[in-house]
Design a protein around this ligand. Structure first.
Ligand SMILES: NC(=O)c1ccc[n+]([C@@H]2O[C@H](COP(=O)([O-])OP(=O)(O)OC[C@H]3O[C@@H](n4cnc5c(N)ncnc54)[C@H](O)[C@@H]3O)[C@@H](O)[C@H]2O)c1
Length: 359
């Protein structure tokens, strides 16, 4: 059952026009994407209620915005917290989740608990406050495809959990449940819903449990162990004469991913929220597909070295190819602006500083 979205103020204000503030709830606002979204909304003149429990992220990421927004130190699974935070909001961005492969294996119960109870509590709150809540934006994941049958992958790709006994799929399974709840629980009770499937979002301070920070760490530690000094970032192709660092990787390096800079991601999210219809699903990412070995070389270049890698076994459950089709959101005006080579510069520099890898 589909309801026509009631009018909501716009999050994107054309240059020269006066902002009409929209009140938005952001759950998981201390996380990587939540913090970037909160910042963009506050700086765009909107009112934000941010909920974060510090399970993975930290409200420190948005501490400088504290006087311009409302920060709730609470758990989205708690119905009272969810209800109070939602009161008066026009849009709910539900990002709170337990991400990170290590968590999928070690705490699948918590991963599922937050996915299911967090979705239900925030959806019940949106239903309770549906007089003001015009839209609920649910954050799912590209993980729901497992190994997609088509690449670039469209939003109509089948979803699947290959093995319910494998804890790896607690995350993808939890996301699938939350998508089902968006369409068959929330919408049926009169709240307009959107589902977003992010694809490999990156940027400075993205959290350590992702491939880009892990590569910076791997190369930095290997360089130290091999007595190689890191250098200044190099232009593409200029690493041929740079010092060599040997690292070991999981898989044979032919796996692919497509990385979307967080600034582009937030652009896409605001476009989807403003212009997407009730009940729509959107990919947000880029169609710039790159192999793990190319990524490793790029990270190495940014650390001023040439990386030589040895292959290892591929992690069970990891997907050989991932690249979204972004045509659907493109038709609404989304076009990523930051290419990976440019976007990696700031990200690698941030992690180099954070891990204290000097030259
Ligand atoms: N980063 C990506 O590339 C990516 C890809 C696919 C999907 N996603 C989804 O996008 C959303 C944001 O991702 P992210 O990279 O910012 O993740 P993140 O881990 O940095 O942020 C999630 C935040 O939710 C908070 N949280 C967890 N449980 C909570 C609870 N019970 N109550 C309150 N807060 C809680 C965490 O502490 C964390 O700050 C998540 O739903 C994630 O699953 C992200």
């Amino acid at each position: 059952m589909c309801y026509i979205a009631r009018r909501m103020g716009k999050l994107i204000t054309p240059a020269g026009e006066k902002v009409t503030p929209v009140r938005a709830l952001v759950t998981g606002a201390g996380g990587f994407i939540g913090a970037a979204l909160t910042r963009r909304l506050v700086e765009g003149g909107h009112q934000v209620v941010a909920v974060e429990n510090g399970l993975r992220g930290t409200p420190k990421r948005i501490a400088d915005l504290a006087s311009r927004m409302k920060l709730v130190d609470g758990d989205v699974r708690d119905p009272a917290t969810a209800s109070t935070a939602t009161a008066g909001c026009e849009v709910v961005f539900h990002l709170a989740a337990v991400n990170g492969t290590e968590n999928f294996y070690q705490r699948p119960d918590v991963v599922l608990d937050v996915a299911v109870r967090g979705s239900l509590a925030t959806m019940d709150a949106a239903i309770e406050h549906k007089a003001t809540v015009k839209r609920y934006v649910n954050f799912s994941s590209s993980e729901i495809y497992n190994e997609p049958t088509h690449v670039p992958t469209g939003e109509d790709e089948r979803a699947m959990i290959p093995d319910v006994r494998n804890p790896r799929f607690s995350y993808g399974g939890g996301k699938l449940i939350s998508e089902l709840l968006s369409f068959h629980y929330l919408q049926r009770r009169g709240v307009a819903a959107l589902v977003i499937r992010p694809h490999n979002v990156y940027g400075p301070d993205m959290g350590d449990e992702h491939v880009i920070p892990q590569f910076v760490k791997k190369i930095g530690e290997a360089a130290k162990a091999q007595g190689v000094a890191l250098g200044q970032p190099l232009a593409a192709g200029a690493e041929a004469s740079a010092k060599e660092v040997r690292v070991q990787i999981q898989g044979d390096g032919t796996e692919t991913r497509s990385f979307c800079h967080v600034d582009d991601f937030v652009d896409g999210l605001l476009i989807a929220t403003d212009r997407g219809g009730d009940g729509e699903i959107f990919h947000i990412g880029t169609e710039e597909e790159i192999s793990v070995r190319e990524l490793l070389a790029m990270v190495g270049r940014n650390l001023g070295v040439r990386v030589v890698f040895e292959t290892g076994p591929r992690t069970a459950g990891s997907t050989p190819r991932r690249c979204p089709s972004i045509k659907k959101l493109g038709a609404l005006g989304f076009a990523p602006k930051i290419g990976l080579e440019a976007g990696l510069r700031g990200t690698v520099a941030w992690y180099r500083e954070s891990y204290k890898f000097q030259g």
